[in-house]
Design a binder for this molecule. Sequence first.
Ligand code: MG
Length: 211
Amino acid sequence: MSKEPTSAGWTQARVALDIDSVLAETIEACRRTAAAQVGRPLHEVTFTGDYYDSFRHADPDVQRTLRAVVPDLWEQPQTLLGARPLPGALALARRLAADGRLAGYVTRRPARVEALTEEWLATHGFPRGSGVALRHVGDRQECKSVSALELGAQILVEDNASEAQSALSNGMWAVLVDMPYNAHAAPDLLRRHRGALRLCARTAEVARHLW
Ligand SMILES: [Mg+2]
């Protein structure tokens, strides 16, 4: 595929969707689980904007507990099943599926939570079944674009700038749903991959780049 896609390509190519922070408000769900685990009100636990050092509490003792529990929170049923679909996410997936353009879902989650992901997709009515795959790549030492290409996708919708970068390097196009943790990378990505990268402030804006 050309690194300089035509506008028609954007409106016809098959698409792979990331799940966390593209379809699901997983960070908020994780924050709720974190607050419950440390026994503090939700408003006292704040998101840092850093995906890998995610939450803060003003009390140093609570903060220490928070640091200890957070790594496990991302895989807990309370988090993964409790995450609400982001605005526009369901409509995006259904419209892509209706047009035969939804290659599937590609997530950095490990394979051991696949049943939870399947349950979440089904609960909220996300398209599955014939031709719509689900890939968990968390246990693999490879970027999501490898799986996305295997599924026949030409476009990856992603919130992680590194995954978007690797998709672009592998000849795909990418829609990056911008997040605080991308602030350092997004301007440079846009400069180097103009034409093959679209930037959106939120999932609800993704559709206008794909039709
Ligand atoms: Mg994500």
